[in-house]
Write a protein that binds this ligand. Structure first.
Ligand SMILES: Nc1nc2c(c(CN[C@H]3C=C[C@H](O)[C@@H]3O)cn2[C@@H]2O[C@H](COP(=O)(O)O)[C@@H](O)[C@H]2O)c(=O)[nH]1
Length: 355
């Protein structure tokens, strides 16, 4: 099978990884049979978001404000973000009910955390206990027993622990081999280009290569590679190690929450067949047509949303501008803040190491 590449044949040297994601999403949305993007809903949500933006509800500062995220923007924060985003995937439970026995949770600093936040809590708890989880010499020899202990829960079990061990060992080995033990060296090598950094991540760290084949074309999503760069940018508030002159090239991060919230707001409609699978809590296969269409259409719908939102903001008395990261963080946080409401909208469940 000859797989044509989505590479920008006109100028391969400038075709950035995020533009490959953008082209993939446009291609998928243009030929999607199971997912429809509702353009009128895009306009409606853009107006709502413009209002939220003007009320300062959509700023990258939200990243640092969360109690579990690093407060000091330094090399250790970069290493923290890199470790988190190496295992930042698949936190969902088969049964959605938070009271269900297997909805894993862990207690940290007198609060119960689940999902992504439980991952952050576990890493912070390990560091509090003196486990050198940010040190490549420790990561390269980490084993399943260490990981079971580090990610131990108060209730239920965090899924895919063996895969998290494998990722941590892999990144530890590569940090030692290529970056003198710290991801900060990879960041400084990128010379303030988000696209150069994403390229280095994809070249050197195989566990970040989130790609697939759709209708005989190679498509890319790069969710964890892009969110890694976005988290560094947000943590440093676009300064110092977080300075990226091309940060606006990033797309949103195609996880399982963004498609859910877009469907909740009516930006996407699913075919009867796909909706049935979602309602029946079916498991989806990473790289299947259904899954690629859900992720690709979510990215493309958000591209349209960012464009429409910026059209509104740029025509205001005091013109303004947002990027895909700010939209993504807002939508993802919206899910967390309105969980009761959004839970009625099912999300696609995939077990994979990419999101
Ligand atoms: N697209 C997108 N996906 C994100 C995040 C985050 C972390 N967000 C914090 C950082 C900055 C923001 O302001 C947020 O405070 C985690 N995830 C993904 O979600 C899934 C976990 O979901 P649940 O099971 O509900 O915890 C899993 O795939 C994880 O990789 C994000 O921001 N965007």
């Amino acid at each position: 099978m000859i797989v044509k590449s989505m590479e920008d044949s006109s100028s391969p040297s400038t075709s950035s990884r995020s533009s490959l994601v953008r082209r993939s999403a446009k291609f998928i949305a243009g030929s999607s049979s199971e997912v429809t993007i509702n353009h009128s809903a895009v306009g409606k949500l853009a107006h709502l978001l413009a209002d939220r933006y003007n009320k300062h509800d959509m700023s990258p500062e939200c990243w640092k404000n969360h109690e579990l995220h690093p407060k000091t923007a330094d090399a250790s924060a970069v290493d923290w973000i890199f470790v988190i985003d190496s295992v930042n995937f698949s936190f969902w439970s088969e049964v959605e009910d938070p009271e269900a026995p297997d909805r894993f949770m862990l207690e940290y600093k007198n609060k119960l955390w689940t999902g992504y936040w439980s991952c952050c809590a576990a890493v912070n708890r390990a560091l509090d206990e003196g486990i050198p989880l940010l040190n490549a010499d420790y990561l390269v020899q980490i084993d399943d027993e260490h990981v079971r202990y580090i990610f131990r829960t108060t209730k239920g079990v965090m899924p895919m622990l063996a895969e998290r061990t494998r990722n941590l060992r892999e990144v530890g080995r590569i940090l030692k081999e290529k970056y003198e033990g710290s991801f900060t060296n990879c960041v400084t090598k990128s010379q303030n280009s988000s696209q150069t950094l994403i390229q280095s991540i994809l070249t050197d760290f195989p566990c970040f290569r989130d790609e697939g084949i759709y209708k005989n074309e190679r498509v890319a999503f790069y969710k964890r590679a892009q969110i890694l760069v976005a988290d560094i940018w947000a943590c440093f508030e676009g300064k110092g190690l977080g300075t990226f002159h091309d940060i606006d090239q990033l797309t949103i991060f195609a996880d399982y929450r963004i498609p859910q919230v877009l469907n909740y707001f009516g930006l996407t409609t699913y075919s009867q067949d796909l909706q049935r699978k979602l309602n029946e809590n079916c498991m989806f296969k990473y790289g299947s047509d259904d899954e690629i269409q859900i992720r690709g259409c979510a990215i493309h719908a958000c591209e349209l949303l960012v464009q429409e939102l910026n059209r509104l903001l740029e025509n205001q008395t005091i013109p303004s501008h947002v990027n895909a990261i700010m939209l993504d963080f807002y939508l993802w946080d919206y899910v967390q803040l309105h969980e009761e409401d959004i839970r009625k909208t099912p999300y696609h469940k995939v077990r994979c190491i990419y999101y």
